[in-house]
Design a protein around this ligand. Sequence first.
Ligand code: ATP
Ligand code: LTN
Length: 337
Amino acid sequence: METNTPEVKKTIFSGIQPSGSLTIGNYIGALRNFTLLQDDYNCIYCVVDMHAITVRQDPAQLRRRCLEVAATYIACGLDPKKNIIYCQSHVSGHAELAWILNCFTYMGELSRMTQYKDKCARHADNINAGLFDYPVLMAADILLYQADLVPIGADQKQHLELTRNIAQRFNSIYGDVFTVPEGYFGKVGSRIMSLQEPTRKMSKSDPDECYIAILDPEDAIRRKIKRAVTDSDGEIRYDPENKPGVSNLLSIIAAMSGQEIDSVVSDLQGQGYGALKNRCTEVVLDTLLPIQAEHARLMADKGYLQSILDENAQRANHLAQKTLRKIQKKVGFAARG
Ligand code: ATP
Ligand code: LTN
């Protein structure tokens, strides 16, 4: 990892939707990397509630989840004094820049997005324009802060590529105004799979047995790992194509323990899937239980959480306005007196 001197620290932006309970997929693919990067970059971590309403949400639940996700960020180790942690809807620049970027994005590009196609299939009764336009809002999130690096899971690669294309297209017309961002993907675990259907990505909006939530109680974690789908050949080997269930459990162990996959496999050599699942349970509990305790402590002090979000939204807004003014001028919006 590149280290920066304080004066030239690069900027990181990433976000997670408050569309359900965060899973260990969100943790391993995104959140854990947020914490690893916080010392070397200026980091902006957003709770992307505007993205979440592309799928129908219960208002009271969404409101609670925004606080819950912010508390999860902090409980996982993000220092709210060092990092800008805030809610997307509190900074109007996201929507304003998204509108401008809409005019530099083609319908054809958006129609090719696999997440859009997936979500259309899953929410056939509510294929709204926001769902289609979602990647442009994501591009606005990132470009608004001139982010250099974006830590995300593998499923977001296509959206980041689109963001880069939009930035380059804009720059080719107006000069170098946007920083063209790079993705940051962890060495292991950038695609954690469903426990019940290990050929599909683990998702917080899937049925409960498919994922482990960061806040799941201990007995639920034990039960879900015990019931995780494996295969019938009995050999512990990392082979995602032919042994997706076993390989997924190995990735979870490696990502959460910091061990290499090879060394996890050799530790378990000659043992059965029972031992694999026990090791996985142990590592997941070791990681999640302290996070859960800290989360409970933070949720008991909503005043503190609210003050963090308010303060940080102001800091984010200040940065956002700087970019927005520049872009508005570039496209030719009337000057303000
Ligand atoms: P939803 O089910 O509501 O679409 P999600 O669980 O896919 O949500 P997001 O909020 O869309 O989660 O993703 C937040 C971050 O977590 C993104 O960087 C995404 O790439 C990452 N992520 C999500 N699921 C996984 C996974 N299974 N493995 C690795 N990273 C993941
Ligand atoms: N689209 C992302 C969430 C997201 C995001 C972002 C991630 C919205 N805006 C900006 C990184 C940077 C997803 O995980 N579905």
